[in-house]
Ligand binder design. Structure first.
Ligand SMILES: Nc1ncnc2c1ncn2[C@@H]1O[C@H](COP(=O)(O)OP(=O)(O)OP(=O)(O)O)[C@@H](O)[C@H]1O
Length: 701
């Protein structure tokens, strides 16, 4: 992409001359105002010669104050998205350039056309030119909506410091209200983050005070959050011991300092997960801050979601040992829900669909009260949807296998070369940390057998083999960037495969990028963003070096980002046994999606396949994604009796309507302990000493 006229690049650093470049563009792109970036000319770039600039530059946005000593020249600046992390500069609106990532952007600077109007390509001409004022890089906030009185009531309760649960059918604006809540907390905690977690003093910045979470990446994007598993640092728990990860020092300090916990799509959080999280958070905060054991350690908790929608997926295989985490129950069945003393608001006005009749039909399916509703939707929506401008409707299936079959068919229809990507898999036994001579062979074999048979190999979202072609519709399997804006690339982001790159070339570019980061570090302390980005590049280099995949796919995503999808590490650590690792490109085919993946979305054009519906809430979630009956086609046989509605949820909402709390906190599995013994939680807190995992209490500083 060519950028236009007058944007400034400042340089800094001991071994580099500071420089400022104006740029000119002969392409047809729109006008731009001046922008200020800070850049370093990395040491591997060729030096300027005879006044011409022909180099690679890395822009480090958000580093004001480094441009004062800059000098200028004119030139054409070609900004190419990094092949590694998809960094780019995009024109948001005419007249403004917006940086969409805090990660470096690779630029190619070429000399300008022949001298015009006294302007020369020599850097020196502009040496003494006064630097133009820097332009603030603006973050686009989602546009404001006017909240309805019921939505405002939620906001008022939150502002009053109450613990709140708000619910309502799909499309009633739960996510919108959460966005307003997040805005409110951003204003309250508006101090910038120093980058250091204080042990004794609280920090006033937003990120240190408010954890915005959802059980899935897709649900977390619209509210600018991260997955609950990532925020808690436990990953996807398989054993109770996995909750001990929250005692690791950085995570523990984070939870100590927090003031608010927000969880969207709470219906997908199990009672077990909520309960263990509450206990762990309470214990951490009680121990760290000497607080009496208040629920959630005194955090303000805000839960949003509709329990008539998708539920947590229970672990069915219970053959293994007693401390297995089974993800059972619904969040309101956890004793922690009861302890939290939540104020409840039920939103009633549906915004997603304008047609009140369609809304009524959907609600009849949601609660199971209108058995004829599904029939009527079949009658109206069984015809084919027209194909407009080649845009195909998204097909939703209940089962992974059906979506996979459809995707394979579409892939076979593409004429381009098929590339088979085989994952690299490895296990590392805990013994592996010891020197060879100290290994106990029998123990090692036992550990290896456990690791080879781990459920991880079949549960891992990244398959051991993926077949892809240029032109394939794909979906991302990893949260690559989750900063809460439209440029995020998250688990579930949709895109199209547009080409391939050789591994050696990607690796070479990664190394260049890393050198850029190292150069920055030599000049001044890294910012948090730079540190995160450098770690990411280091990870990519490690993953590339450990992977035998030679062709790396380039994907263009729906938000316009175009990135090289390098293999990612998908791993699971067995406490005291070792680690299973699979390295695979984080993509899957996506002509069709599963209903599970589309919770929270609004779709204009959708084909819902109701064949073999099996889970609670599935029919309702699938149909209620459609904005109108005109944009909905229903296929596949399904009768009213196949529509499953959970009676526990019906009871729960009845008790809420009657203003009773009798149903809350009554978990239905008698074998459930719901108490992690304190000595397990604390004494087994793991810490890393010299790269080895050891057990023992994590000492307080
Ligand atoms: N007060 C409001 N004014 C105008 N539009 C609104 C308002 N509240 C919500 N909407 C619109 O309604 C649609 C659905 O909102 P949202 O996604 O927040 O619903 P939801 O309850 O979270 O749905 P789901 O349960 O399916 O995730 C969006 O297009 C949103 O912009």
């Amino acid at each position: 992409m060519l950028l236009r006229s007058g944007a400034m690049i400042g340089g800094c650093g001991p071994e580099f001359e500071p420089m400022r470049l104006g740029w000119d563009d002969h392409s047809s792109e729109g006008e731009t105002d001046d922008c200020t970036f800070v850049t370093t000319r990395s040491s591997f770039s060729a030096e300027d010669s005879d006044g011409r600039v022909e180099n690679n530059y890395y822009i480090f946005p958000s580093c004001p104050g480094k441009t004062e000593a800059a000098r200028s020249c004119t030139g054409t600046v070609e900004v190419t998205p990094s092949p590694l992390t998809g960094m780019e500069v995009t024109p948001s609106t005419p007249g403004r350039m917006e940086i969409t990532s805090s990660i470096p952007v690779k630029m190619k600077v070429t000399a300008p056309p022949p001298v015009e109007m006294g302007v020369t390509s020599s850097l020196n001409v502009w040496l003494d030119a006064p630097p133009p004022p820097p332009v603030r890089i603006e973050v686009t906030e989602p546009s404001s909506v006017t909240l309805t009185p019921e939505q405002q009531q939620v906001l008022d309760l939150v502002q009053g410091g109450k613990n709140v649960f708000f619910s309502g059918p799909g499309g009633t604006g739960k996510t919108v209200v959460l966005q307003e809540i997040v805005k409110f907390f951003r204003q309250r905690y508006n101090k910038s983050h120093s980058g250091i977690f204080h042990l004794r003093h609280s920090c006033e910045c937003f990120a240190c005070n408010v954890a915005i979470t959802a059980p899935t990446g897709i649900a977390a994007i619209p509210i600018g959050g991260s997955t609950l598993h990532r925020a808690t640092g436990i990953g996807i728990p398989r054993r109770l011991g996995d909750f001990n990860r929250m005692w690791d020092r950085p995570i523990r300090l984070k939870w100590r300092n927090l003031s608010v916990l927000i969880v969207d799509e709470i219906s997908m959080v199990s009672a077990e997960l909520l309960e263990y999280l509450e206990q762990t958070i309470r214990r951490i905060r009680t121990e760290e801050m000497n607080l009496p054991g208040e629920p959630f350690g005194g955090l303000q908790v805000i839960f949003a979601g509709d329990f008539f929608q998708l539920q947590p997926v229970e672990v069915k295989d219970r053959k293994t040992c007693g401390d297995q985490f089974l993800n059972r129950g619904l969040a309101f069945e956890a004793p922690a829900w009861d302890r939290a003393n939540l104020k409840t608001v039920i939103l009633k006005r549906v915004f997603r669909q304008k047609d009140v009749h369609f809304v009524a039909l959907l609600n009849g399916i949601r609660t199971g009260e209108n058995k004829a509703a599904l029939e009527e939707i079949y009658r109206n929506c069984s015809r084919r949807l027209p194909v407009a401008d080649g845009i195909l409707p998204t097909v939703l299936y209940s089962r992974n296998s059906d979506a996979d079959h459809f995707n394979k068919q579409k892939l076979n229809g593409l004429m381009s070369r098929e590339v088979v990507l085989n994952a690299d898999e490895e296990i590392l036994t805990k013994e592996g940390f010891k020197p060879e001579e100290e290994r106990d062979e029998v123990l090692r074999q036992v550990q290896e057998r456990i690791l080879f048979r781990a459920e991880f190999w079949k549960e891992c979202i990244a398959p051991d083999q993926i077949k892809l072609k240029t032109g394939a519709q794909v979906m991302l399997l990893r949260n690559l960037e989750l900063e809460g804006n439209e440029s995020d690339l998250v688990n579930g982001s949709r895109g199209i495969l547009v080409g391939w790159k050789r591994k050696e070339q990607v690796l070479h570019e990664c190394l260049q990028l890393l050198r850029g980061f190292v150069a920055i570090m030599k000049m001044r302390p890294e910012t948090n963003e730079e540190c995160k980005a450098r770690n990411r590049v280091e990870q990519q280099i490690e993953n590339l070096r450990n992977s035998a995949i030679d062709d790396i796919p380039i994907v263009k995503f729906m938000n316009g980002r175009r990135i090289v999808c390098v293999p990612e590490k998908f791993s699971y650590e067995f406490f005291n046994v070792g680690e299973c690792t699979r390295r695979q490109v984080p993509l899957k085919l996506a002509w069709a999606l599963t209903i599970q993946k589309c919770q929270g979305m609004s779709l204009d054009y959708v084909v819902v396949n109701l064949h073999e519906i099996f889970a609670m809430g599935q029919v309702y979630v699938a149909l209620s994604r459609a904005r109108s009956m005109a944009g909905l086609q229903v296929v596949g046989k399904c009768s009213a009796t196949d529509v499953k509605v959970c009676h526990r949820v019906v009871e729960f909402y009845k008790s809420l309507a009657a203003n009773e709390v009798a149903y809350v906190g009554k978990f239905l599995f008698p074998d459930m302990k719901f108490e992690i013994p304190p000595e397990e939680m604390v004494a087994n807190a793991r810490r890393k000493v010299d790269g080895r995992l050891v057990t023992g209490r994590t000492s307080m500083p």
